[in-house]
Design a protein around this ligand. Structure first.
Ligand SMILES: [Zn+2]
Length: 341
């Protein structure tokens, strides 16, 4: 196992148990494998000398989504402990089996982000989710869950958040993504389980899987710092916020209904109107067999980059722009003090 002498093994992450004024390198004991070896999660914990909120950051819940890992490392490389209040608890690699196997799922083909809140006994994936929730998530005030697109697809930098929750809306805007998608917390997701536990949580989608992309990683770290400053964990500095994000009230994937070779005709961030051509499908002989158009106006959040398209292949992730009548919170909605433990 790891031989770093600075490493501390822990069974749960209680900010109060950690010495203030330090960055801790921890290994959170979650499971044992079939050889009886510990399956530990790497943890970075920055603990301020002054009390404040506890902000959690998770990455690689899907094991091949790595931009968030780099974002956490960059963030921790620049933390000034003298001015830190409260605690930042970061899990750079949540899905250890998926990370080692360069794959999205956890074990047995199960998606960890559909396994929450999990159970105390039962299948491996369910115990994994439950222990993560009870040993880490419940101790947080805020959770930023970092993801990317899935294999064969690409994403803009975008945030999924419940925009009916003023605090979630506020931190979603501070992240300054290109797009925010209103998305009530869904059953089975880490964000949903965190919300049920009273933790303000958003999902940040940072680019593409199984790679480090410097531009979107840097943009996401700027946004995370802005959220930490808002929560009072980092000192407030005048920061250059980027242009305001496009807010969508809803989004959906469009799928092919035939099989063939797909050419997507729109790019990330493109605005489309009803009837705009999204993609064409050709047969193996090069003959056009289908074309797909936008069913309504919107913005392209993600798209396929894999031409091999069986019937039911994803084409584009299309967002529908929010209107004033949707009554979503804007960035000025939440001005209350952050809850302190
Ligand atoms: Zn993901």
């Amino acid at each position: 196992m790891w031989s770093d002498p600075r490493l501390q093994h822990v069974d749960s992450l209680q900010p109060g148990d950690l010495t203030p004024g330090r960055i801790h390198r921890l290994a959170l004991r979650l499971m044992h494998d079939a050889l009886g070896r510990a399956m530990d999660l790497p943890v970075l914990a920055a603990v301020g000398r002054k009390a404040g909120p506890t902000v959690g950051i998770t990455a690689a819940v899907h094991g091949n989504e790595l931009n968030g890992v780099e974002a956490i490392h960059k963030l921790f490389g620049s933390i000034d402990l003298e001015h830190l209040r409260g605690t930042i608890l970061a899990l750079p690699i949540v899905n250890v089996p998926g990370f080692l196997g360069r794959r999205r799922h956890l074990v047995e083909g199960r998606d960890l982000n559909h396994a929450f809140p999990g159970t105390t006994d039962g299948p491996t994936w369910s115990i994994y989710a439950h222990r993560l929730l009870t040993r880490f998530v419940v101790n947080l005030d805020v959770l930023l869950d970092l993801h990317t697109a899935s294999t064969g697809r690409v994403n803009t930098l975008y945030v999924r958040a419940n925009m009916h929750d003023a605090r979630a809306a506020r931190i979603a805007h501070l992240q300054r993504p290109r797009i925010i998608v209103h998305s009530p917390p869904a059953d089975g997701t880490l964000r949903g389980a965190a919300s049920d536990a009273g933790v303000t949580a958003i999902t940040i989608e940072i680019g593409n899987p199984q790679r480090f992309q410097r531009d979107v990683v840097s943009a996401s770290v700027r946004g995370i710092r802005a959220v930490l400053a808002e929560a009072g964990v980092l000192p407030k500095r005048k920061i250059q916020l980027g242009p305001p994000p496009v807010v969508c009230v809803q989004s959906e994937w469009r799928y092919s209904d035939r099989g063939g070779l797909m050419q997507v005709n729109v790019e990330l961030g493109d605005m489309v109107v009803e009837g705009d051509l999204l993609a064409t499908l050709v047969s193996p002989w090069g003959d056009a067999i289908a074309s797909y158009t936008a069913p309504h106006a919107g913005i392209i959040i993600g798209r396929s980059v894999d031409p091999v398209a069986a019937a039911g292949a994803r084409i584009v992730h299309l967002g529908r722009l929010a209107q004033p009548c949707d009554k979503l919170h804007d960035q000025t909605s939440a001005t209350d003090a952050w809850r302190q433990r």
